[in-house]
Design a protein around this ligand. Structure first.
Ligand SMILES: Nc1ncnc2c1ncn2[C@@H]1O[C@H](COP(=O)(O)OP(=O)(O)OP(=O)(O)O)[C@@H](O)[C@H]1O
Ligand SMILES: [Mg+2]
Length: 246
């Protein structure tokens, strides 16, 4: 697509030597240790690894929701640490769609309003925003539920609302933290098909953190993390399996 600046080399996210520490003294935890990580346009990149190895922390620093201590992160050639907080917010709302591990829906807003938020904060008129939100909710199997509050929904339904909200403004970078954790096998497969379609046919970059080995086969590439580091990068899912992955 013409409006995408993929810098001619297809690189969407470029992380070099990034570290992040939480807490101080005895409670100090180094969640990211000199991490190098790349994600390309048009690909669905999966990030896998044991609980606590730093996956959510990595997603959060790339999305600009968490400050990092050292190193360099470029997202579409924008160096995050050179931006003021205001500009990071602006960058995020235009460029990034984020599916949070805990969904983070706004409990007092209807499904329609929750999904419309990314468009409204980007200045899209309410009627147009609601039309797009309705289409996506329909596509995700939630047609007719637009006026409901999220608290009325099951975990899997809430997760689908969070997915709709992440995609509604057609972001260049879609970051998904366990997007299928609350979904049954078939719904999980549909979501992965949708995310892969977004990556390939709309030439977006989709990064998916997951423990769900049922969906590994949808990966274009796989990055394995261990103890705050990137341990291995596999160019295909088959290569990951050959190297002993499940
Ligand atoms: N806000 C925080 N304050 C203190 N420590 C944190 C914070 N967020 C994460 N950590 C710690 O950083 C490490 C990495 O956490 P992170 O949430 O990135 O792991 P994860 O790989 O996403 O795990 P999971 O698969 O369970 O979601 C863990 O040891 C965690 O306890
Ligand atoms: Mg996590």
């Amino acid at each position: 697509m013409a409006e995408i600046n993929n810098n001619g080399n297809g690189l969407a996210v470029h992380v070099r030597n990034v570290s992040k520490t939480f807490g101080t003294g005895e409670a100090r935890i180094q969640a990211l240790k000199n991490v190098d990580f790349d994600a390309r346009m048009g690909e669905m990149l999966m990030v896998v690894g044991p609980s606590g190895c730093g996956k959510t922390t990595l997603l959060s620093v790339i999305a600009g929701t968490l400050q990092f201590d050292g190193g360099d992160i470029e997202v579409f050639k924008t160096r995050l640490h050179e931006l003021k907080q205001r500009d990071i917010t602006e960058f995020r709302k235009r460029t990034v769609g984020f599916i949070f591990q805990q969904f983070n829906l706004i409990p007092t807003l209807s499904l329609m309003e929750n999904v419309s938020v990314p468009l409204l904060i980007n200045g899209v008129r309410r009627s147009a925003a609601e039309k797009k939100a309705r289409e996506l909710l329909e596509q995700l199997g939630l047609g007719g539920r637009e006026k409901d509050l999220p608290t009325l929904l099951s975990g899997g339904q809430q997760q689908r609302v969070a997915i709709a909200r992440a995609l509604v403004h057609d972001p260049k970078l879609v970051i998904c933290d366990e997007p299928t954790s609350a979904l049954d096998k078939d719904t999980g497969a549909q979501i992965m098909e949708l995310l892969r379609e977004v990556a390939r046919h709309r030439d977006r970059c989709v990064i998916v953190v997951t423990h769900d080995n049922r969906v590994f086969k949808y990966a274009d590439r796989m990055t394995e993390m261990e103890d705050g580091r990137v341990a291995r990068v596999h160019e295909t899912y088959s290569e990951y399996k050959q190297d002993g992955g499940i």
